[in-house]
Design a protein around this ligand. Structure first.
Ligand code: NOJ
Ligand code: CA
Length: 699
């Protein structure tokens, strides 16, 4: 149902007095004006309170006058939109897109340049972007910086990771804006490549909370043909300033007229649930461009993966996992190679037995001997298997068991090489019937000098999704740019990592117990994350008594993550033999869907806790996930989202009485009871714990 109303065009030369745009609810207001220098400025109010103080806008160009002053407003266009659309895969089957929009057409008299600034004001926040219209003829230009400011009103509590042009795989820091300081961070955190760009640089989404309880989130949507925006914090006046990620020669973006920048977004509410449940970022992206979407499916998978991360087996054929031994002429297998035909069949059997859709195999192809750390260009060819991995045998076997294979393309950052091989690699997948690929970008980028977050790489990640769509392939990228809603436009881009995933718990200082309570307010706003939950053997000394690493949650919290960390692609990440020992708890992972009709955000506080209930896309069953940070937590949940008059069986996977993420993470208790829409459930979460519940109708 599309209802576009009130298209008003005003062709008069407007004065410089402030123009106001309100949200449909009227609770959010934006004021736009030109200051005495003719610089565009805006401010944002929520329920009458200032959220963003008067802040400048503008773009600096290379070798051309900046688009940041001497403007006049030529005219203004307004429209209101209220429509619903259906995502192919999602947290709900229908999404409402409801906003008021104003476009200001600006003219810079001296240069004749035109700039449009478009605002969309939603009930959860404000979005704006710059548009570069054609004046007389198409013009090419280079953006040297974006001068957008976000002048905040106080020293808010902030959940931040450092402004790193190559990685977002950090734990979040929780501090006041004025205390942000990258020089104080412990960088011995397991991140392979770090390119922190300055003492006060942070990444978005930046989640904040004001002293009087307002939740404010700054992010961007639809980053297409443009670099990622990082934010420079001024700790004295709480100003954030856009800083675009540069390319190898220091330029930011190569554009032409007509073109547009990504949307800059400011979400605000006095209820944290409005932020975590917002679909604003998806709404700001272009609608789906893939005509036939019948092949885009949710997928739960297992894989030859965690066994390498815990050191049980290796990616490379010789089994040394020495990334320097390519030079040695003979590679003698030591029996530790994970991706063998035989081991793959074992995973396929396990997937088939327990109803999983797919099996991922990493380390199947030649190249892992020196895959990383040498800035080498031709590492992998993405088509040549190791001698102990028989592609045909594996694919035939998977097919006979009704299981799909997930391809792995680790590029180790050599994008030039990957693009050269992309079509051959996708052809091979087509030949053997692989419907999905996991890509990886560990290490320094080639073309040399490019960063993971620059315009070149943004274009690469989007291109891979587009090209994959031509082959009906779904993409899950690791170490990529963090998503900004592009999965609406290319729904085959089903997931990405692009944040600190569960893997860090296997071999580094790991992920803070609060980590998973922050990601849904930050990284997940842009799209699904392949977090890879489901680790049951929590402590790594299970594999080697000398190991001290561990997953920083309880086992029950690992189950709850299947609900709180939305993704249509979900891995059961632990080893088959570990699941076999806890089949009662494993049942939840088998039952939980990865695609939803509806989602209810019941309790939310960034950095503290999150409780979400979701309704299966294809049945009347509900699934609930509740998680907490390092503190234990009690709460009572009303089940009033259930259909009145219906009876359900609730199976509750809770922390055991003595559970604790550090001292006793594997203690859990499973209970079941009959519930209705008038039932309340008492939840008791251990420190670092969680509860997962399946609620299935009793016919
Ligand atoms: C990092 C990825 O996040 C991980 O999932 C993968 O196993 C390794 N790279 C190797 O490609
Ligand atoms: Ca990673």
């Amino acid at each position: 149902m599309k209802n576009i109303c009130a298209l008003i065009l005003m062709f008069s030369l407007l004065t410089i007095s402030a123009q106001e745009i309100q949200s449909p609810s009227k609770e959010i207001k934006v004021e736009f004006s030109l200051n005495a220098e003719g610089t565009p400025v805006y401010k944002v109010m929520y329920k009458g309170e200032e959220v963003v103080k008067s802040s400048k806008m503008g773009i600096s160009l290379k070798d051309l006058p900046a688009l940041d002053k001497n403007f006049s407003i030529l005219n203004e266009e307004n429209q209101s939109v209220d429509e619903n659309w259906e995502p192919v895969l999602g947290e709900q089957s229908s999404i409402r897109n409801h906003y008021n929009e104003t476009t200001f057409h600006l003219l810079q008299k001296e240069t004749g340049s035109k700039l449009d600034i478009v605002f969309k004001v939603y009930n959860e926040g404000v979005a704006f972007r710059y548009e570069f219209p054609i004046v007389d003829a198409v013009k090419y230009f280079v953006v040297s910086e974006e001068n957008t400011e976000f002048n905040l009103t106080g020293d808010h509590k902030t959940f931040w990771i450092p402004g790193d042009f190559d990685s977002q795989e950090y734990n979040y820091n929780e501090s006041k804006l004025s205390e942000i300081d990258n020089s104080s961070l412990d960088l011995n955190n397991g991140i392979a490549l770090q390119s922190i760009s300055g003492k006060h640089m942070v990444q978005s989404p930046l989640m904040m909370k004001s002293e009087d309880g307002l939740y404010v989130n700054i992010f961007e949507a639809a980053v297409v043909n443009y670099p990622v925006m990082h934010l420079k914090v001024n700790p004295e006046n709480y100003q954030l300033k856009a800083t675009l990620v540069p390319n190898a020669i220091g330029d930011k973006a190569y554009l032409r007229t007509p073109s547009v920048t990504p949307w800059r977004t400011i979400m605000v509410s006095d209820d944290a649930r409005d932020i975590v449940g917002s679909k604003m970022i998806l709404n700001l992206n272009e609608p789906n461009k893939i005509e036939d979407v019948s092949w885009i499916k949710p997928m739960k998978y297992v894989g030859i993966w965690w066994e390498m991360h815990v050191g049980k087996s290796t990616w490379d054929f010789a089994g040394s996992q020495n990334a320097q031994n390519a030079a040695s002429s003979e590679l003698v297998p030591s029996g530790k190679h994970g991706a063998t035909t035989e081991n793959t069949k074992r995973y396929i059997d396990f997937a088939a037995k327990h109803g999983f859709d797919g099996v991922l195999v990493e380390g199947w192809n030649v190249g892992w001997e020196d895959w990383f750390g040498n800035w080498k260009e031709d590492v992998f060819d993405f088509v040549t298997p190791y001698p102990d991995f028989n592609l045909k045998e594996v694919s035939d076997y998977a097919k006979s068991k009704g299981v799909k294979m997930i391809m792995h393309h680790e590029t180790s950052g050599s994008v030039a090489n990957y693009e050269r091989h992309l079509d051959r690699a996708f052809n091979l997948m087509e030949d053997y019937g692989y419907p999905a690929v996991k890509t990886g970008y560990v290490g320094k980028i080639i073309p040399r000098g490019e960063f993971h977050d620059g315009q070149t790489m943004v274009n690469h990640f989007n291109y891979v999704a587009q090209r994959a769509a031509d082959y009906k392939i779904m993409v899950n990228s690791h170490e990529s740019v963090r998503p900004t809603g592009y999965s609406r436009t290319y729904p085959n881009y089903i997931a990405a990592e692009a944040a600190r995933g569960n893997e860090f718990n296997a071999w580094s200082s790991g992920n803070d117990p609060k980590h998973e309570t922050i990601l849904p307010f930050t990284r997940l706003l842009g799209g699904p994350m392949d977090y890879t939950p489901g680790i049951f053997e929590i402590k790594m000394n299970y594999y080697d008594p000398n190991k001290t690493e561990q997953v920083h949650t309880t086992l029950a919290k690992q189950l709850a993550l299947y609900v709180t960390m939305y993704s249509p692609l979900q891995m059961a990440a632990d080893l088959p033999e570990n699941y076999e020992r806890y089949l009662d708890a494993f049942q939840f992972i088998k039952d939980v869907p990865a695609d939803w009709q509806d989602s209810k955000y019941l309790e939310a506080e960034p950095g503290d806790y999150l409780t979400i209930a979701r309704k299966d896309k294809n049945s009347e069953s509900w699934f609930l996930g509740a998680i907490t940070d390092e503190n234990s937590r009690k709460s009572e949940i009303k089940l009033d989202f259930l259909t009145p008059g219906k009876k359900y069986k609730a199976t509750i996977y809770a922390d055991g009485k003595d559970a604790d993420w550090k001292k006793n993470p594997k203690s859990y208790a499973i209970k079941s009871k009959t519930v209705t829409s008038s039932s309340n459930l008492k939840l008791e979460l251990a420190a670092g714990g969680g509860t997962a519940i399946s609620i299935v109708p009793i016919d």
